[in-house]
Design a protein around this ligand. Structure first.
Ligand SMILES: [Zn+2]
Length: 297
């Protein structure tokens, strides 16, 4: 019989970096002495989102690739409400880095250059067949790339990886993604895979610690201090990136009522996330509570 005891210790971050406020909680699941040697105890950090004025805002467009006669390409499972839920969780994941992905649009677009996929036998390949993901890049419509400085995520139905970052601020994620669950990991695959690919878009390589956002194929969502610094530096190099205060000033000058409202929603989201515990991102993740500016809580 194995006995399991749970030990929780609170570690307060030394606050060397004034922008980083981290409370690390190490959950040490101590198994019986016989199994302790094989099981590395998991460490799960609980992080706080940054303060609102530290946030960087990056524009993001989401596309569902449509291809009626190519079932592996044709994204058909995700409703707008699913994508909105995914983005709420993506923003909870990225709040520890003070990065907010502003969803600009959700569109269906017809996939292009499908003849090559058909020739390769990938139009409707059985799940057991390998479907090399790089072959899918050509289906991205060129029109969606034009003159857009923000980031783009394309959902397709199925290929041989959960997602891929192609460079040029474009990533592809399969709506049928599946992940290996880890302690403290996120409760559904698509926000994690989307967040992971956006991590590549911000210059982050893989780091195979299973609780980390940049680990391959797990539900981990953590970013370490070096990754946060690198992602933020990368983000600010994009001319489309706006700092919170600049975003606020731009909003004040906005005359289009719908654009103004969209910007206010972003400010409200960021203010709801600010300084709140946001890791781990679990099943309790809900839309950040909307607090109007000026309202104190
Ligand atoms: Zn990756």
């Amino acid at each position: 019989m194995q006995s399991i005891t749970l030990k929780i210790s609170l570690i307060y971050n030394s606050m060397k970096n004034p922008f980083t406020s981290i409370i690390a909680i190490a959950f040490l699941i101590l198994l019986s002495p016989t199994s302790q040697a094989q099981e590395k105890p998991p460490e799960i950090e609980i992080k706080l989102a940054r303060s609102a004025d530290e946030f960087l805002i990056l524009p993001l467009k989401i596309y569902r690739l449509k291809a009626a006669d190519v079932p592996d390409v044709d994204s058909r499972q995700l409703k707008d409400t699913d994508i909105q839920r995914i983005l709420i969780k993506v923003n909870i994941v990225w709040a520890s880095a003070g990065i907010y992905w502003k969803l600009e649009s959700i569109e269906n677009v017809n996939a292009e250059n499908l003849s090559r996929l058909k020739l390769l036998g990938l139009a409707d390949a059985p799940d057991t067949q390998k479907k090399p993901h790089l072959a899918f890049r050509d289906v991205i419509p060129e029109s969606t790339r034009k003159d857009y400085p923000g980031y783009r995520v394309y959902y397709i139905h199925d290929f041989d990886v959960n997602g891929v970052y192609f460079g040029r601020r474009e990533a592809m994620v399969k709506e049928t993604a599946a992940l290996r669950a880890v302690e403290g990991g996120i409760d559904e695959p698509l926000p994690r895979v989307t967040s992971h690919e956006l991590g590549h878009a911000l210059g982050l390589p893989h780091r195979q610690d299973r609780f980390n956002l940049m680990a391959s194929g797990t539900t981990g969502t953590l970013l370490n201090t070096a990754e946060i610094a690198k992602a933020r530096e990368f983000a600010t190099k994009n001319p489309a990136c706006l700092k919170y205060n600049d975003f606020q000033m731009k909003m004040a000058l906005e005359t289009d009522p719908s654009k103004k409202q969209a910007s206010m929603n972003v400010m409200n989201d960021i203010n709801s996330l600010a300084k709140k515990p946001i890791h781990p991102v679990g099943s309790s993740s809900k839309k950040p509570e909307v607090v109007s500016p000026g309202e104190t809580k």
